[in-house]
Each structure stands twice: as structure tokens, then as C-alpha cells.
Design a protein around this ligand. Structure first.
Ligand code: HEM
Length: 143
């Protein structure tokens, strides 16, 4: 990612970083197969769990992961830390049997959320595509 892309990704993230619950709910709503993999939330009505503290904790961890990733972008010195972060995520999700197509579903829903909750254009879209491609190429090595 070049400096311009990093700047755009960081700016978008700043605009939505407090929307963890809404982002995870949007992912679950569009992809019930993802919700079904969460022991705490499987077979439960999304509207009934969305406002719970348990949901907030999970959303904070999962969506917060992107905050960690985005924060590390932009410095060559952080590349090893980024690699470790993503590799570990891939390993923990492989252990749960999560497959690449489900990560791609997650990505689609999250991108749709970003698009509708930030100022968005083709250039920003391209920056996020690169950021996701970069992250998922490492995660997928471990799946
Ligand atoms: C747990 C992030 C995609 C299922 C977690 C955790 C993080 C995380 C940070 C907690 C730490 C850990 O156990 O590794 C992400 C990110 C994703 C993603 C950033 C997308 C880029 C998915 C998908 C699924 C999934 C697609 C299911 C299809 C789970 C489950 C847990 C989990 C079942 C354990 C929840 C529990 O503690 O009960 N995820 N995840 N994740 N993730 Fe993901």
C-alpha cells in the first residue's frame, strides 16, 4: 500500500471505528452462515442478541482487529508485526474450520458498510481493496 492508500484507509477507519456492533450485525445479517459459527450466537435471533454486552465484546474483538491492522499500516518497521497478526488470525480460524469463502463474505459485508457510512469514491474503494487483498493473502496462507 502506498502512502496515499494508507492515508485513505486510516481516514475511513476513523469514521467507522466506533461502529463495531453495527458492523458485526451487518455481517451476520447478510451471512447467517457466519453467525451460525459463533457458539454464543448460533440459532439466536439477531435483533435479540445485538444489544447484549456479549455481542459488544465479540464485536469489539473482531472489528477491533481491523483497528489494529489499520494502525500498523504505513510504517515499514511494522511489517513483521502485521504479518504475525494476520498469520495468527488465520491459524485461530483454521482451527475453527472457517474457510476462505466465509472470509470473503465477511469482507463483502464490511465493505458495503464502509461504503454507506463514510465518504466513499472509486479511489477510496481501490485503497480498501488493496488493504483487504494484502490482509487476506496472509490469512489465507494459514487456512
Ligand atoms: C473469534 C477476528 C472472520 C468466526 C475471532 C477473534 C478475532 C476475530 C480477533 C478473537 C480472537 C481469536 O480467537 O482469534 C476476525 C476477523 C475476521 C473474522 C478480523 C475477518 C476478516 C470470521 C469468520 C468467521 C469467524 C468469517 C466464521 C465464519 C469466529 C469465531 C470466533 C472468532 C467462531 C470465536 C468466538 C468466540 O469466542 O466464541 N475472530 N474474524 N470469524 N471468529 Fe473471527
Amino acid at each position: 500500500l502506498d502512502a496515499h492508500e494508507v492515508e485513505q484507509v486510516k481516514a475511513t477507519w476513523k469514521a467507522v471505528s466506533h461502529d463495531e456492533v453495527e458492523i458485526l450485525a451487518a455481517v451476520f445479517k447478510a451471512h447467517p452462515d457466519i453467525q451460525a459459527r459463533f457458539p454464543h450466537f448460533a440459532r439466536k435471533d439477531l435483533d435479540s442478541i445485538k444489544d447484549s454486552s456479549d455481542f459488544a465484546v465479540h464485536a469489539g474483538r473482531i472489528v477491533g482487529f481491523f483497528g489494529e491492522y489499520v494502525a500498523l499500516l504505513g510504517s515499514e518497521a511494522n511489517q513483521p508485526a502485521i504479518k504475525t497478526l494476520l498469520h495468527d488470525l488465520g491459524t485461530s480460524h483454521k482451527a475453527r474450520g472457517i474457510v476462505a469463502s466465509q472470509f470473503n463474505e465477511f469482507r463483502d459485508s464490511m465493505t458495503a458498510y464502509l461504503k454507506s457510512h463514510s465518504s466513499w469514491n472509486a479511489d477510496i474503494s481501490h485503497s480498501w481493496d488493496d488493504a483487504f487483498d494484502k490482509a487476506f493473502s496472509v490469512i489465507f496462507e494459514s487456512l
